[in-house]
Design a protein around this ligand. Structure first.
Ligand SMILES: [Zn+2]
Length: 378
């Protein structure tokens, strides 16, 4: 792909001092741990931080992958975080279909980088499967969207203290449409003040990745998160993995609605093949200011410009909370399995043959388990 825009922005940012400020972990950033809830196995409360990838770990691995790939993977710095850390985007592949994968936009949701790097590792290692996929698909992978928040282990960025997944652009037309849909669904319309309070790409991370999005123009996007611990609706079993769509059907084109549901079905099927994994459907939400939402709605960029590009499908994964040593392996693997299932179907052309209506047969996410640790939402 052409990276002229990325390069231009990189050049503009090279002069910026890359000072990493030490950020003490605020007490409020670390919720009280209440291990041993009724449905939670022992020793699966909040994670041991030493098992969570740091920014330096991710950076080291990305640089190593770039070296080992012998030119197949290119690592771009598309900007710098509020504290000056490089914002890395890895691209690999030569195929006409373009897939964007991002992790850890919320800094206290740890396993997105593990899943993204595992996926990249397989692509870089070569072999027939990887070669077949890379000849059909080009990937843009952002293992750690929010490095400052990750280092501080908080949801938000550290400079503005805003949620980076509520910071993409929404214009008045999108907002009006949101309110029309809310009324159609029997909900109260949001006040104009809500629109005025949207942060609208305030964070430098949002700006940098929006320009990278506008340059890369993905057909598909997958955003990797963690939620709290929840039951499967109507059961006493805990869900380990939820697949989610961030917009009401009525906000999307028919093709987008079908495509996002097909992506969800594929990821759910693949993750569920692992015995320890129980997949659910994330509850209804309709938030145009989220990254994958704004992308699908052609939301405006930092200076009011438009990418004039809407992905066919953009959805998200959620791993359960209460993560710990014993669950780390399969919680990462369920994400990796989901990524492969979707991208294999894109590569071999079977995505559009998936029955989109199976989406509604994925079990709903049930009750929250407060004793298992803090809640997190998409
Ligand atoms: Zn999240």
């Amino acid at each position: 792909m052409s990276r002229s825009l990325v390069r231009r922005r990189l050049t503009a940012l090279v002069g910026a001092a890359c000072l990493l400020l030490a950020v003490p972990l605020s007490a409020s950033a670390q919720p009280a741990v209440q291990p041993g809830g009724p449905f939670v196995p022992p020793a699966q409360g909040e994670p041991n931080r030493s098992a969570i990838l740091s920014f330096a770990d991710v950076e080291r691995e990305l640089l190593s992958l770039e070296r080992r790939s012998k030119g197949a993977l290119s690592l771009d710095v598309v900007g710098h975080s509020g504290e000056g850390r490089p914002l890395y985007l890895a691209t690999i592949g030569t195929g006409p279909e373009r897939v964007w994968i991002q992790g850890r936009i919320h800094g206290n949701e740890p396993y997105g980088p593990d899943a993204a790097l595992d996926f990249l590792k397989t692509l870089v290692a070569g072999g027939k499967h990887a070669r077949d996929v890379l000849s059909e698909v080009t990937f843009a992978v952002i293992p750690m969207y929010n490095p400052d928040g990750s280092e501080a282990y908080i949801r938000q960025d550290t400079v503005n203290r805003i949620d980076l997944n509520r910071d993409w652009g929404v214009d008045q037309d999108i907002f009006d449409r949101l309110n029309e849909v809310r009324v159609q669904r029997g909900q109260n319309p949001l006040s104009q003040r809500t629109f005025d309070n949207y942060t609208q790409l305030r964070a430098v991370e949002s700006q940098a990745f929006w320009y990278a999005f506008a340059e890369f123009r993905p057909h598909y996007m997958i955003d990797i998160h963690h939620q709290g611990s929840y039951l499967v609706d109507g059961s006493n079993e805990q869900t380990t993995f939820s697949v989610g769509i961030s917009l009401d059907e009525l906000m999307l084109s028919g093709d987008q609605w079908n495509t996002v549901r097909r992506m969800g079905v594929l990821a759910a099927d693949a993750a569920d093949r692992h015995g320890a994994v129980t997949t659910t459907r994330y509850p209804y939400i309709n938030i145009p200011e989220g990254v994958v939402s704004a992308a699908m709605l052609n939301g405006p960029g930092p200076e009011g410009e438009y990418a004039d590009w809407t992905p066919r499908g953009a959805m998200f994964f959620e791993s359960r909370g209460g993560i710990g040593q014993k669950s780390r392996g399969y919680l990462i693997k369920q994400n990796v399995d989901g990524l492969w299932a979707i991208t294999d179907a894109i590569a071999d052309g079977t995505l559009d043959t998936v029955d989109a209506d199976r989406w509604s047969s994925i079990p709903a996410r049930g009750a929250f388990l407060p004793a298992s640790g803090p809640d997190r939402n998409y």
